[in-house]
Design a protein around this ligand. Structure first.
Ligand SMILES: Cc1cc2nc3c(=O)[nH]c(=O)nc-3n(C[C@H](O)[C@H](O)[C@H](O)COP(=O)(O)OP(=O)(O)OC[C@H]3O[C@@H](n4cnc5c(N)ncnc54)[C@H](O)[C@@H]3O)c2cc1C
Length: 494
């Protein structure tokens, strides 16, 4: 069922078993998995059905409600990070988050791969997760099914077999394979799960329903304060209503998850909410080049996800639209030896993309300004890189240069200062409510429950203690499947 918050009477009280806030991949996956087991789920989404969708006129609420202050590294290369793309400036450069039914799945790339075992391990500069990779394996397998991927085997040997290609051997580097969801499965608001969209399922989906406040007393969330918006000119608050749920899951993306906890002063006893904002920084344009015939044609085809038609290389795709590509990333023992994060090298592509190290001062706080619709304090986000990030660049480019030259190729890269000035976040927003065994070190526990609160959970990449190098959404989905299993146990559902 899909309804509009504007059609819910002012002052109404909705009761439910689980209320999920935010309808991106994190929220919709958890909602789908819970309703399958008969759990009563209310899914609220602040944004409209879709731009120009049936239930709402299009309004630029993203600019109104997401605006704020972005500084630190943002000042150099992405000052409009919080509202990108910005309708007023027609900026269709690197996109960041969306505010609509389906969340940012409306325009993500579908590139998917599990995190690696090293990503869960504690090592200098990286805290480790309170769970290991083996804990997530069954959920990754389930996520692959939910995403309709070509199985859950990402090994380069398997894919070399499927493509009739060859695995490159580069000293110090793994060849890693990424699968891309077929286009019909990418938008989580529009796609069908087992033949049913989330709006046609038993989930009570309420679009145009923005969470404004979390009321907690004695360690439990008692109710949520929610409001709808009238997109007229000027836009204003329409109705306000309350949701009382046994369990609440915040799934608003890494920026808003932290902001919502800060706005309600919830879960922040140890000043951890909003800290460790991370991403996979991407150079804004080519900053390196690897040339010469250092890979064979068959190896190049694996990296490009191509098979042979006759003797012509052609892009491979399965019946569900899945395609693949390869990257080179430093081996786990090299990352440990060098004390750096991971990164990607494409075979013949000049951009640099890497694992940012957690930094407590790279963080979200509340700005002194308020939004013009609901009067809530806006976001102040400061993105800060560290010396370890510079070391990741210099060490991994050095390692890659040696590997390419060993095979008779050549390699060139620009200095860190030039690269740093042009880095963008590029859509992966990570950290800010991180998972930790000890409440002093993070915001949620290994079950994704906010430390010190009995019935408030967080879903999405805000809970990642470190980023690894794999795109985050496949892990977000795996964690949401695991979270739904945990919550089914709590509400006594099968
Ligand atoms: C251009 C681009 C390309 C990308 N490509 C890839 C890729 O190839 N692979 C990959 O793994 N990832 C990719 N990503 C990242 C991916 O889109 C995100 O990781 C994913 O969408 C996060 O899911 P989520 O559900 O946590 O958050 P979101 O998808 O951001 O959804 C959060 C939802 O919460 C809603 N919300 C926020 N605040 C409130 C509130 N107060 N009340 C109610 N609702 C609220 C928002 O409106 C939004 O709908 C890409 C991102 C971008 C921008």
């Amino acid at each position: 069922m899909l309804r509009n918050g504007k059609d819910i009477a002012d002052g109404a009280v909705i009761t439910t078993q689980v209320c999920i806030v935010g309808s991106g991949p994190a929220g919709i996956t958890a909602a789908w998995e819970l309703q399958k087991a008969g759990v009563k789920v209310t899914l609220i989404e602040g944004g409209p059905n879709s731009p120009g969708g049936a239930l709402d006129p299009t309004w630029d609420d993203k600019t109104l409600l997401y605006a704020g202050k972005a500084d630190g590294q943002f000042a150099e290369s992405e000052p409009d990070f919080l509202i990108r793309p910005n309708k007023d400036t027609q900026d269709y450069g690197p996109w960041e988050r969306e505010r609509m039914f389906g969340g940012t799945s409306a325009h993500w790339g579908g590139q998917s791969r599990p995190l690696d075992p090293i990503d869960f391990e504690a090592r200098p500069g990286f805290p480790g997760w309170p769970i290991d990779r083996a804990e997530l394996d069954p959920y990754y397998a389930e996520a692959a099914r939910l995403c309709v991927l070509h199985g859950d085997d990402f090994s380069p040997e398997t894919w070399a077999g499927i493509l009739g290609a060859e695995v490159p051997e580069l000293t110090g580097f793994d060849t890693t394979i990424y699968q891309y969801l077929g286009k019909p499965y990418r938008n989580f608001a529009l796609r069908a799960f087992d033949g049913v969209t989330i709006a046609d399922s038993d989930v009570d989906v309420i679009v145009n329903a923005t969470l404004l406040g979390i009321d907690q007393q004695q360690g439990r969330v008692r109710s949520l304060k929610v409001a709808s918006m009238d997109g007229g000119s000027p836009p204003k608050k329409a109705t306000g209503f309350t949701i009382e749920a046994d369990i609440v899951v915040l799934a608003c993306g890494a920026v808003e998850n932290a902001r919502q906890l800060l706005l309600s002063n919830v879960g922040n006893d140890h000043d951890q909410v909003g800290r460790y904002f991370m991403c996979h920084p991407l150079s804004n344009g080519p900053v390196l080049s690897a040339g010469g015939a250092y890979l064979t044609d068959a190896q190049n085809r694996l990296m490009a996800g191509k098979t042979l038609s006759g003797n012509r290389p052609v892009p491979w795709q399965d019946a569900n639209g899945v395609h693949v590509s390869g990257r080179f990333s430093p081996k786990a023992d090299e990352q440990k030896r060098l004390g750096v994060g991971s990164c990607w090298f494409w075979a013949d592509y000049g951009q640099y993309y890497f694992e940012m190290a957690p930094n407590p001062d790279s963080r979200i706080t509340l700005a002194d300004t308020v939004d013009p619709v609901f009067g809530q304090r806006q976001t102040h986000i400061t993105w800060l890189l560290s010396d370890r990030d510079e070391a990741t660049y210099t060490q991994t480019t050095g390692l890659f240069k040696a590997a390419v030259e060993e095979l008779g190729g050549d390699f060139y890269c620009q200095p860190w200062s030039t690269v740093k000035a042009g880095l963008t976040v590029n859509g992966h927003h990570i950290g800010t409510t991180r998972m930790s065994a000890d409440p002093q070190d993070g915001v949620v526990d290994a079950d994704l429950k906010v430390h010190g609160l009995d019935n408030l959970y967080v879903a999405g990449s805000s809970v990642f203690p470190s980023t690894g190098i794999s795109n985050p959404t496949f892990t977000i989905i795996a964690l949401s499947i695991r979270l739904a299993e945990h919550l089914r146990g709590r509400v006594g559902a099968p």
